[in-house]
Design a protein. Structure first.
Length: 263
């Protein structure tokens, strides 16, 4: 099994440094897992990225045509952009974890994965419910109380698409087995298990409705303030969730790699 690339080692070093651990050379398992989470891309990433970019461009053209023809949300292309970016990041992280698990082999600790409650914080769940549940409720109310039901149905379909993409990411995180060989890597597994859901920030899928509010005004005008409040609430809960998660960044003492030599 191939070890981590130079880029992955450097990125993993930065990931650890952000959390109070300074090493000259991170341990192999940590470098394989943490590099992708700090921006290093695994082999074969760009081929997948180019294919996805082509699909996004074609989907964007089709969605913009439908928006102009049927008066569905003009911000629909932003939904596709959000989803594609999320899937690209997920692909990198997933490949990194698979490589780490393959490298670890039979040395992997046989421990049960933690409860989903330890991975999904309350503020994150609030943002998730507001973005997709609250958005769906607003869309249904627009359908039955306004004449612009086509716009509302289009937005509802986009929310369903966004919810499906976020669900794919979250299910992958929650069902992922523990990838660890000792107590230190077990701590890291718990940290990334709590941080990985934040890759799928649900509030990003609330923002595109403001594109219509600020540009075309094609949304039901009587719901403009409701839509603005909906986006603000989704983002506020998400940002609080990010703050509560990342304020506890410092890692406990452990064997994270070769210690850096002071000069």
């Amino acid at each position: 099994m191939e070890g981590p690339t130079k880029a992955e080692v450097g990125a993993a070093r930065k990931w650890l440094a952000k959390r109070g651990v300074t090493v000259a050379e991170p341990r192999t398992l940590l470098a394989l897992r943490l590099g992708a989470r700090r921006g290093a891309r695994p082999p074969g990433y760009w081929a997948w990225a180019v294919v996805l970019i082509v699909v996004v461009v074609l989907a964007g053209i089709v969605l913009q045509f439908l928006a102009l023809w049927l008066h569905t949300p003009l911000g629909s292309v932003l939904f596709v952009g959000n989803a594609s970016g999320l899937l690209l990041v997920r692909s990198s992280v997933r490949r990194a974890d698979r490589r780490a698990a393959a490298w670890l082999g039979d040395r992997r600790l046989d421990v049960p994965r933690p409860s989903w409650r330890k991975s999904l914080g309350g503020w994150y769940l609030a943002s998730l419910v507001i973005t997709f549940g609250g958005g769906a409720l607003l869309a249904v109310v627009m359908c039955v109380t306004t004449s612009q039901w086509v716009w509302a149905v289009g937005w509802l379909a986009l929310l369903a698409f966004g919810a499906a993409v976020v669900a794919v990411v979250l299910i992958g995180v929650l069902r992922r087995p523990v990838i660890a060989e000792d107590e230190t890597s077990l701590v890291i597994d718990g940290v990334v298990r709590a941080e990985d859901p934040l890759l799928a920030m649900p509030a990003l899928f609330s923002l595109p409705v403001l594109f219509d509010v600020l540009t075309s005004g094609s949304q039901p005008h009587e719901f403009t303030l409701w839509l603005v409040g909906y986006v603000v609430l989704a983002y506020a809960t998400m940002l609080i969730g990010l703050y509560t998660q990342y304020r506890r960044r410092k890692l406990p003492a452990g064997d994270y790699g070769t210690l850096a030599v002071a000069r």
